[in-house]
Design a protein around this ligand. Structure first.
Ligand SMILES: [Zn+2]
Length: 322
């Protein structure tokens, strides 16, 4: 593999790709729309990248012309993003009528809101699942990750995954170029994205003001994440008390958990505070490990006394290691 692709994780390069020359062109309107979406949101945002791919001998050229946003019923927070798949699929079918040569090339999403500096294990797993599914008809999956917003510019990382290959690659910046072109499809998608954002704003206002306390039925109807309020309270508290804690997403069930280390007399303790995957009526779970062995395992009901209970468990863990 050329020196411009860095292997993710541990593993060996696959000889099938060792001579591949990859270039990526991204239309500047795509970058502009991504920057706009990221700058007005404090949650994970994203979209499906749409464009063309051409292979010629060992040359692989990916052209990202536009993207389909995450839709009116996106389920997202600072630590997760579940796009409105039905909307994205329907939108793609419409776009194909205008341009039958377009492909779904991969996706972009952002970690600007949670400071994760690279793809999460869950991100990588879902890209591989997409690539290896029968509905996906390319051998490549291109991913753009926004890691930060600095002023009016995003900081991006680029990745490429191959069908049936265990490891993905990070692409060197020099392989990715922005070109000053606009896809004719972009005006449809840009307008749809604006309508989706407006819909999301209304949905939040409606569910907060009209219903007052949210009923479970209304949350399902509107697609609002029932754990959203809990997550934002927990984020505030955790980042106040333990600024080095990191939000993560479980590979197994998609639930959000916080992970941090803390000092004890004998060494570092690993703390995991895990939210249930869907309903706030199920308690969260707190686990504390020392040298890989569990020393605390507690269910934390998601009510107002949860922070006191977490603090108590942290103190008890330190006591136990004395
Ligand atoms: Zn991610």
């Amino acid at each position: 593999m050329s020196g411009f692709l860095r292997l993710l994780g541990i593993g060996t390069n696959d000889s099938r790709f060792s001579n591949l020359n990859v270039t990526v062109e991204i239309y500047e309107t795509v970058i502009a729309r991504i920057t706009h979406a990221v700058s007005r949101s404090d949650r994970e945002e994203g979209g499906k990248l749409i464009g063309k791919i051409s292979e010629n001998g060992n040359q692989l050229k990916i052209t990202v012309e536009t993207y389909i946003d995450s839709g009116p019923r996106v389920n997202n927070s600072i630590g997760h993003l579940m796009p409105d798949g039905e909307y994205q699929e329907a939108m793609f079918r419409v776009l194909e009528k205008f341009d039958p040569d377009i492909h779904y090339l991969g996706s972009w999403h952002t970690h600007h809101c949670n400071d994760l500096p690279e793809l999460s294990p869950g991100d990588i797993r879902s890209y591989k699942e997409t690539l290896n599914s029968r509905n996906y008809n390319l051998d490549y999956f291109f991913a753009l990750l926004v890691t930060a917003l600095r002023g009016s510019k995003t900081q991006n990382l680029y990745y490429l995954f191959f069908r049936e290959q265990e490891h993905g690659y990070e692409l060197n910046d020099s392989l990715v170029h922005t070109v000053s072109r606009i896809s004719p499809l972009d005006s449809i998608l840009k307008n749809a994205e604006e309508v989706a954002f407006a819909h999301r704003r209304n949905r939040t206002l409606y569910s907060n003001n009209v219903y007052g306390t949210k009923s479970r039925a209304s949350q399902i109807d509107t697609g609002v994440d029932p754990l959203e309020k809990i997550r934002s309270e927990d984020q505030q508290w955790i980042l106040g008390e333990i600024p080095w804690a990191k939000p993560r997403q479980s590979k197994k069930d998609g639930s959000i958990y916080w992970q941090w280390q803390m000092d004890s007399n004998v060494g570092k303790l690993d703390v995991y505070y895990k939210h249930p995957s869907n309903s706030p009526s199920i308690p969260a779970y707190l686990e504390i490990l020392f040298e890989g062995k569990q020393i605390i395992s507690e269910h934390i009901p998601l009510n107002d006394s949860r922070f006191q209970k977490i603090k108590y468990c942290l103190d008890r863990a330190i006591e136990k290691t004395k």
